[in-house]
Design a protein around this ligand. Sequence first.
Ligand code: T46
Length: 154
Amino acid sequence: MKVVKYVFQAHGDDRGQLVALEEFRDIPFRIKRVYYMYETGENVVRGHHAHKSLKQILICIHGSCKIRLDNGREKKVIPLEKPYEGLYVSNTVWREMYDFSPDAVLMVLASELYDESDYIRDYDQFLAFVREHGEQEDSDDAESPELKKMQKST
Ligand code: T46
């Protein structure tokens, strides 16, 4: 499974750091929604689902956490611990977020508005969906030449 992680440009000066994210320039889709999670309890595992069409970028803007990605054939664990790194998570990937540090803030940029009917919450249904529709994790969007420059191989 190919993991796409972006390293965003930080504009640092003697005052500190600033990261700016623009759709289609830094993020491979139109950003329709932003949400974030914080004060996640110790030993909590969030997620446990995939999506039919939603694409997202996960950025741990404070603290750290781990993301387990599963495309139905292979699983990978990606630590997120830098506020200038973003993990691209395509729709047809089962995801779990865990091992949050007490100060972790996980921010998510999403390609669609919130829609419960887009969730696949049953693992067997997820496997059937991938069999029927194929994997879309290596989407052309995420692989555009502009964005490729920012990709870090993991
Ligand atoms: C995903 C992972 C990375 C809303 O009302 N609007 C929203 O935009 C979202 C994301 C959630 N909610 C409500 C629905 C639930 O009552 O917030 C509650 C917690 O959501 P959920 O249990 O889906 O959270 P996670 O952390 O399991 O999953 C979330 C996203 O839902 C999901 O799309 O990929 O983060």
